[in-house]
Design a protein around this ligand. Structure first.
Ligand SMILES: *Cc1c(COP(=O)(O)O)cnc(C)c1O
Length: 463
């Protein structure tokens, strides 16, 4: 049975259920499997996307979900995706593909994990006879994916804070037009950082946290990460990747998605290279070239879901690079908290570079890549995907097939697309309908007491 340990060494032998509900370990670390299970990937050839994911997850969820439960949840989670292949491949060139991950309900790849997570939470809570309140802060896609995954569920309330007037209209409406009683959307009169800080304050208020049974679904949740390994394996099987290893280019912010590629490699998928594609917020690209992981100022770009300077899931890779020495990870993370920087020696950096390569793509190059791909193939790619394509083309080893993860639908970013190509991408029907639908949200000041009073009243006396 796979059990889990904290990357900072303070917790061992934890069950999948525990890890699912807790998110972050008590010592501040992230949960990772104590050992990597081996999966017979050849046996998955020909399976549908939901079947592939269910079979991959099975060894990670022993003691919590059995094979039949996993398959039912996966089938249900991906039933509403708009493409029958769930994660279709589109060929761009002789040996180059796009893996389209934006056919879910919110038009970005976050649906892949979140749709499954909602069902896992509901199943576990039902078994335990409990209910929880998920509170999150969003600067875009995560809030929308969470709202769509959790709306209408019985044992979960979900409240999302967003900075008033600072997210795109499409992103805002994806949250505010979900008219479910268990969903509450709050426009905070402040910045995204204010939202995140008030969220932290709420989690640090033990009475409030206990009364509302607060839970988090940010991208450090292990269940989210492992669910994303599914499309690496699925696409590799379609392209003969067991015999001829692929390179994957991954538009990266919090290091969750590209780390899922690492998980796929640890359970047996041969991977030629994982290309970490960043925009000008390039902490990870700088780390991979210098060994120094140093925080910078966050700059706003046309790929906003990657505007992150501290990549939370990076700690999971650090744990492996330090030979799973939790105390050493805790020490480095303390250095980072104090100095805003940490450094690895040459041997460990070389170990990282055996699999990972990183590139920074600036704004002008991103726009030029969108135009270039459109001219050469007719394909419209969103700015996040364009960062991935550029980095992939620059860093893919010669003769290696390249798969770039297309993380969002271009219609989500009309301004950037217009700037790059002269016109916005055609709006798919569900997004067009949403732009007409009635919005429902509450505007509140950037004030902890006001937010808490509002959430207590909303959650009601049973909370
Ligand atoms: C969240 C997101 C990313 C970054 O993914 P990480 O797992 O945070 O690295 C890239 N592109 C899009 C469209 C996203 O929503």
């Amino acid at each position: 049975m796979t059990t889990y340990t904290s990357t900072r060494g303070g917790s061992h032998g934890r069950s999948f259920e525990d890890v699912l509900l807790r998110g972050l370990a008590e010592d501040g670390g992230l949960f990772v499997p104590e050992t990597w299970p081996a999966v017979d990937l050849q046996a998955l050839a020909g399976l549908s996307y939901p079947e592939t994911v269910a079979r991959l997850l099975a060894p990670f969820t022993t003691g919590c979900f059995d094979a039949a439960e996993l398959e039912a949840m996966a089938r249900d989670a991906y039933a509403a995706f708009r493409h029958p292949a769930t994660a279709p491949l589109v060929q761009l060139d002789h040996d180059e593909w796009l893996l389209e991950l934006f056919h879910g309900p919110t038009f970005a790849f976050k649906d892949f994990a979140m749709q499954l997570l909602g069902r896992m939470f509901e199943a576990v809570l039902k078994r335990r006879g409990e209910s929880i309140t998920i509170v999150g802060a969003t600067s875009g896609d995560t809030g929308a994916a969470a709202v769509r995954a959790f709306a209408g569920l019985e044992r979960i309330r979900v409240a999302i804070l967003f900075p008033e007037g600072r997210i795109s209209p499409v992103q805002q409406r994806q949250m505010t037009t979900a008219s479910a009683a268990n969903v509450e959307i709050i426009a905070v009169q402040g910045t995204f950082d204010d939202c995140q800080n008030r969220l932290k304050d709420m989690f640090n208020d033990q009475a409030f946290r206990g009364d509302l049974k607060l839970a988090a679904v940010n991208s450090i949740n292990w269940a989210r990460v492992v669910a994303q390994a599914g499309y690496y394996v699925y696409s590799a099987l379609r392209l003969g990747g067991l015999a001829r290893p692929l390179a994957f280019a991954v538009p990266t912010g919090n290091f969750g998605d590209v780390y899922a590629g690492y998980v796929a490699s640890r359970i047996g998928l041969p991977v030629a290279r994982l290309i970490v594609a960043t925009n000008t917020n390039d902490i990870l690209a700088r780390f991979l070239s210098s060994g120094r992981y140093a925080r910078g100022e966050v700059a706003a770009t046309m790929s906003p879901s990657m505007d992150i300077q501290v990549a939370s899931n990076f700690e999971r890779l650090l744990f492996e690079l330090l030979d799973r020495d939790g105390a050493a990870v805790a020490q480095l993370m303390a250095d980072f908290a104090r100095d805003g920087a940490l450094e690895l020696d040459e041997n460990r950096l070389a170990a990282a570079r055996r699999l990972f390569a990183g590139a920074r793509v600036d704004e002008a190059t991103t726009a030029a890549t969108i135009a270039e791909v459109r001219a050469a193939t007719g394909q419209l790619v969103d700015p996040h995907t364009a960062v991935g394509i550029r980095a992939g083309r620059d860093l893919c080893p010669p003769g290696t097939p390249l798969v770039t993860l297309a993380t969002a639908h271009p219609a989500k970013f009309p301004e950037a697309m217009t700037r790059a190509t002269g016109e916005a991408a055609p709006l798919p029907e569900p997004l067009a309908a949403m732009l007409q639908a009635h919005e429902r949200f509450t505007t509140l000041p950037n004030d902890l007491a006001a937010l808490q009073a509002h959430l207590r009243a909303w959650a009601g006396p049973t909370a």
